[in-house]
Every structure is written in structure tokens, then in C-alpha cells.
Ligand binder design. Structure first.
Ligand code: NAP
Ligand code: G4F
Length: 340
């Protein structure tokens, strides 16, 4: 019988790739979506008409991480074998504007889900979407033993969720894992995260539609990988013999400035002629440098990402040029063996 997976945050970047991957692997996939006044399923609509006949194996349910009773009903009804908890208010800058909501959805949301699993007495495996943002001001390279020193309401909410997941593993013997993922990007990345903001702007400036791009702190260092490889790592984490926490990262650091230079260079433009500073994009406290050490995942199950930041930049710039030329939304196929 097919395994049954539940994905919270299925409409997001990672949720959409993960749903695709699990359908390719033969899973029955259930996703929780929020009711919105406009359609918010743009990243997963193509999965309903997939040639692998996934339509009959993909099911959507309305729900929200702030609604605990709904979580209980859904977990009891769906009774999944694996739960991938990806739903979160995931924007660091926005978390300073909405700290209470971020803590509720991202922090308490995780405990609501874990309690729903526990009270339904489900024997299921649980994945928590932890983040390098939890390391905050700890110096790189960061690994599973690095001190958490979060610098944002988002980071503190994720530390709460991370520690709660570990506590449910230790207290109740649940197969609960946290993937501490460093930044991972793709053509499906939300438009207000820095990489996608840059690659969209490059496409528009190249086409003559815009002249300038307004940016905040371009000295920040991040470790940018390719999202489809990271969701494959999430799946592998839940197939392991024992539950544990793992860092997923490329191990390479790159400044926002270097990302800008590579993205503009990809279309033959000089970034310094087009980029302007806007203090509105600064944060009350900033995480200066995140560079991960993914050795544990590499040793445990050979996870070793193929796509490094320079290639990622090209994938994203090309996808945004294509989307602009086609006059709208184009869904990418991950540029990896086995995903075509
Ligand atoms: P994303 O694109 O922003 O997607 C977030 C998802 O969460 C969306 O499906 C969103 O639904 C859903 N969501 C937000 N608030 C919710 C709520 N109150 N109830 C139910 N659903 C809610 O994020 P992502 O990049 O795919 O990241 C996936 C997860 O990994 C997140 O938890 C993020 O914090 C974490 N993470 C991401 C990275 C990264 O670099 N991408 C790194 C480390 C950790 P709508 O579509 O309705 O908004
Ligand atoms: O793309 P960002 O907004 O990502 P950030 O803050 O690193 O968070 C992302 O990665 C985390 C993993 O470490 C995830 F947990 C989280 O959910 C999210 O996916 O910003 C990256 C860097 C920051 O230092 C920011 O200050 O880029 C800098 N930046 C400079 N100008 C900008 C801008 N960021 C944004 N979003 N917009 C700017 O104009």
C-alpha cells in the first residue's frame, strides 16, 4: 500500500517541490492550505494534471497553524505515515513587524501539530523545518552543535519549535527530526526574499522595464543552495533508522553583493549601475554570516548537493527571463537527474 504523507505549507516553495518528489515516489500526498481571497495554489496546480496520474493521489485540506482543533481533526482523519511540517511565517524582516503572529504560527503551530499527533496516538514520522537563522550571531561554520543565538522573532520562534520537536522525541519516543536548513532557493522562491528579488529585477532591467533595484544590507553572507536538493534531504531524514537532527547546507558562503554581481553578469550588465540603497530593507538586528557544515548528513546518508550558488544564480535568472517573456507564471522542472 502507498505511504501517506501530510505536508503543512504545501503551497510554499519547499512544499511544492516536496509534494512533487513524494508523488514521483508513489506516495499519497495530503496538503494543508489556508483559505485566501485569491488563489494561492499557483506552485502546485500543475500537480493535478501530472502525467504520472498524481491527481488521484493529491488531496488538499483547509487549515491554519493557529487553529489547534482543526489540526487534531485533520491528523485523526488523514492518519499519515509521515508529516512534513513546513508551514511558517517564514520572512525574517516581516517577523519584526508581526512578532506575536510569527510566534503563534511558527512556534505554537508546531506544538499544536505535535500534540495532535500524540493525542491521535499516531505512529508517524515527523519532520520539523528548522533553520540556520536559529544560529543568529554564532560564528560560522555552523553545525548541529553550534549555540543558538537567534536575532529575530522568526529565529526565536524556530528555536522554540526546534526544542519542542526534540522534547517530543525524548519524552514520548516519537520519530521526530529537525532539518536545520540553510538558505535554499529556486525559481519558485517567494518574490520578496533577496535572491528572487534580485533575479526578477535582473530580468526586468534587461528587458528595459525597470532601471533600478533597491536593496538593504548587501554585505550579509549566506550559504545558498538549490531547494529541490534540500527537500530530497528532508525525505531522506525520515527514512533513516533513527531520528536525529541534521544541517543541510552547501558549505559555501557568498555575500549578497556577490550574488548581485553574478546575477547581473549573467545578462551582461554591471550591477553597480543599477543597484541603490534603501534603508527600509534593513533589519533591527541582522544575522551577518551563515555558512553551514553539512558533514553529519553527508556521513549518515551521503547527502551532497550538486548545485552551488553560481549555478543556482543562472537557473534563477534564466527562469525569470523565461517567465517575463512568456508573460506570466511558468512552472519549472527541477534541473536534477530523476526529476524530469
Ligand atoms: P514559504 O515559501 O514562505 O512557504 C511557507 C508556507 O507556509 C506556505 O505554504 C504558507 O501558506 C504556509 N503558511 C504560512 N503561515 C501559515 C499558517 N498560519 N497556517 C498554515 N500555513 C501557513 O517557505 P519555504 O521557503 O517553502 O520554507 C518552508 C519552511 O522551511 C518554512 O517553515 C521556513 O521557515 C523553513 N525554512 C526555509 C528556508 C529557506 O531558505 N527557504 C531555510 C530554512 C528553513 P500560503 O501560501 O497560504 O502563504
Ligand atoms: O533572502 P532573505 O530575506 O533571507 P533570510 O533572512 O536569510 O531568511 C531566509 O533564510 C532562512 C535560513 O537562514 C530561512 F529560515 C528564512 O525562512 C528565509 O527563507 O535575506 C537574506 C539576506 C539578509 O541578510 C538580508 O538583510 O539578504 C539581506 N538583504 C539585503 N537587501 C535583503 C535585502 N533581504 C531582502 N529580503 N530584501 C532586500 O532588499
Amino acid at each position: 500500500m502507498a505511504k501517506r504523507a501530510l505536508i503543512t505549507g504545501i503551497t510554499g516553495q519547499d512544499g511544492s517541490y516536496l509534494a512533487e518528489l513524494l508523488l514521483l515516489k508513489g506516495y499519497e500526498v495530503h496538503g494543508i492550505i489556508r483559505r485566501a481571497s485569491t488563489v494561492n495554489t499557483r506552485r502546485i496546480d500543475h500537480l493535478y494534471v501530472d502525467p504520472h496520474e498524481s491527481a488521484v493521489r493529491l488531496f488538499m485540506h483547509y487549515g491554519d497553524m493557529v487553529d489547534g482543533s482543526r489540526m487534531s481533526v485533520l491528523l485523526s482523519e488523514i492518519r499519515p505515515d509521515e508529516v512534513y511540517h513546513l508551514a511558517s511565517q517564514s520572512h525574517v524582516r516581516v517577523s519584526f513587524d508581526e512578532p506575536e503572529y510569527t510566534a503563534n504560527a511558527t512556534g505554537l503551530g508546531t506544538i499544536r501539530l505535535l500534540e495532535a499527533i500524540r493525542q491521535a496516538r499516531l505512529d508517524c514520522r515527523f519532520y520539523q523545518a528548522s533553520t540556520s537563522e536559529m544560529f543568529g550571531s554564532s560564528a560560522p561554520p555552523q553545525n548541529e552543535d553550534t549555540l543558538f543565538q537567534p536575532q529575530s522573532p522568526y529565529g526565536t520562534a524556530k528555536v522554540f519549535a526546534h526544542c519542542t520537536t526534540k522534547n517530543y522525541r525524548e519524552a514520548y519516543g516519537m520519530f521526530a527530526c529537525s532539518g536545520i536548513l540553510f538558505n535554499h532557493e529556486s525559481p519558485r522562491r517567494g518574490e520578496t526574499f533577496v535572491t528572487r528579488k534580485i533575479t526578477r529585477a535582473v530580468a526586468r532591467i534587461k528587458a528595459g522595464l525597470d532601471e533600478h533595484l533597491w536593496m538593504g544590507n548587501i554585505d550579509a553572507v549566506r550559504d545558498w543552495g538549490y531547494a529541490p536538493e534540500y527537500v530530497e534531504g528532508m525525505w531522506r531524514m525520515l527514512q533513516a533508522d533513527e531520528p536525529d537532527d541534521y544541517v543541510l547546507a552547501t558549505g559555501d558562503g557568498c555575500t549578497v553583493r556577490d550574488f548581485l554581481a553574478m546575477a547581473f553578469d549573467a545578462v551582461g550588465l554591471d550591477w553597480e549601475r543599477h543597484v541603490r540603497f534603501d534603508e527600509r530593507y534593513l533589519r533591527p538586528s541582522e544575522v551577518g554570516s551563515l555558512i553551514g557544515d553539512p558533514s553529519r548528513a553527508k556521513v549518515a546518508w551521503g547527502w551532497d548537493p550538486l548545485v552551488r550558488t553560481p549555478e543556482l544564480v543562472k537557473i534563477m535568472v534564466n527562469a525569470d527571463i523565461l517567465a517575463l517573456e512568456s508573460g506570466g507564471h511558468v512552472i519549472d522542472r527541477p534541473e536534477l537527474p530523476g526529476w524530469a
